[in-house]
Design a protein around this ligand. Structure first.
Ligand SMILES: [Zn+2]
Length: 277
C-alpha cells in the first residue's frame, strides 16, 4: 500500500455507531503503527473531504497540488475550483465538471489540479419535497428546519426547475496573481439563467466551519442538460415542487496543499469571511 506523509486533520462525531467506531479505531491504530504515515486516499463514505480551506482562497492561495483524478477517489459529488481560478468545479454522479466563463460546462481532465474542493460520496439518508416558488434563502430555511442537527455537515442535492438562478463564474488569473477573493468578487462573471431544470450540489456547513468553507450553505449548480453551471448566488424555484436529498456526514477530513508556497505563508491581510467562490 502506498503511504504518504501529510498534514491531515480528521474531525469526527463522537457518537459514531459501533461499526463506524471499530472502523475508525482501526484507522487510528494504523496511524500510530505507521508513525503517522497512512494512506489518506482510503475512501471514507461517512465524512466530507476538504482540500485546503476557504480562508486560503480568501487570501489569494489559488494553487494546489491535488489533481482531479485523485480527488475523485474521495467523492462522487461536490464543488470547488481549479488552479488560478480556471473555472468553477461541480461534481455530480461521479463526473467532475469544469464551468468556464460564462457558465459553459466541460468535463474536467484527470490531471487538472485544484486549490480548493469539498467532495463526498453521496448516499442520501433523507429525501423530501419542498414547495415551489421560493427564493433560495427560503428554500434553505425549509431545508435547515428538517436537518437533524445544526452542528454536523450534510451533503445536499436540490433538484428541480429554477424559475431563475444567478450564478457566479471564475475568470482565470495570472499565475502570480494573489488578489484576495473579496476583491475578485467585485469583478467576477455573474450570469442569470431563467426557466432551467438542474441540481444545486453542495453542503450544509455548521457556522463554526466559517474559516474552512462558506456557511451555512455552499452550493454550485449544474443544469440537467449540462449546458450551464456555476457558484449559486441567488435564485427562485419554479412553481413545481423541488426535491431535496440530504446525506448526513459524521465529520470532516481536511487535507492541506503540500507544495503551494503561498499556503505556507502567514495570511495577514485580515478576514473577509463571507467572500467565496
Ligand atoms: Zn462556490
Amino acid at each position: 500500500m502506498k503511504t504518504i506523509k501529510t498534514n491531515v486533520l480528521l474531525i469526527h462525531d463522537l457518537s459514531l455507531n459501533y461499526a463506524l467506531m471499530k472502523k475508525y479505531t482501526i484507522l487510528i491504530l494504523s496511524i500510530l503503527i505507521s508513525g503517522f504515515n497512512f494512506d489518506v486516499w482510503a475512501q471514507s463514505t461517512e465524512t466530507v473531504f476538504h482540500y485546503s480551506v476557504m480562508d486560503a482562497m480568501r487570501h489569494g492561495v489559488y494553487m494546489g497540488d491535488l489533481a482531479v483524478g485523485k480527488l475523485r477517489k474521495k467523492g462522487d459529488f461536490g464543488l470547488g475550483t481549479f488552479n488560478h481560478l480556471d473555472g468553477e468545479m461541480v461534481a455530480l454522479d461521479g463526473i467532475y465538471y469544469r464551468v468556464i466563463p460564462i457558465g459553459q460546462v466541460v468535463q474536467a481532465e484527470d490531471d487538472r489540479k485544484v486549490p480548493f474542493a469539498a467532495v463526498a460520496q453521496f448516499t442520501p439518508d433523507m429525501v423530501f419535497e419542498i414547495d415551489g416558488d421560493l427564493t433560495l434563502a427560503r428554500m434553505q430555511e425549509e431545508i435547515v428546519k428538517r436537518l437533524p442537527s445544526f452542528n454536523k455537515p450534510f451533503g445536499i442535492q436540490i433538484h428541480g426547475l429554477m424559475a431563475e438562478i444567478q450564478l457566479g463564474g471564475a475568470l482565470k488569473l495570472a499565475e502570480n496573481d494573489t488578489t484576495g477573493l473579496a476583491k475578485l468578487m467585485e469583478t467576477r462573471p455573474v450570469y442569470h439563467v431563467s426557466g432551467i431544470s438542474g441540481t444545486l450540489v453542495g453542503f450544509y456547513n455548521p457556522t463554526f466551519m466559517d474559516n474552512i468553507d462558506l456557511t451555512p450553505f455552499h452550493l454550485h449548480f449544474i443544469s440537467d442538460d449540462r449546458s450551464v453551471g456555476g457558484h449559486v448566488i441567488s435564485g427562485r424555484s419554479g412553481t413545481t415542487k423541488i426535491k431535496v436529498s440530504v446525506d448526513t456526514k459524521v465529520g470532516y477530513e481536511l487535507l492541506f496543499p503540500e507544495s503551494s508556497p503561498r499556503f505556507q505563508k502567514e495570511w495577514n491581510t485580515g478576514r473577509a469571511s463571507q467572500s467565496a467562490y
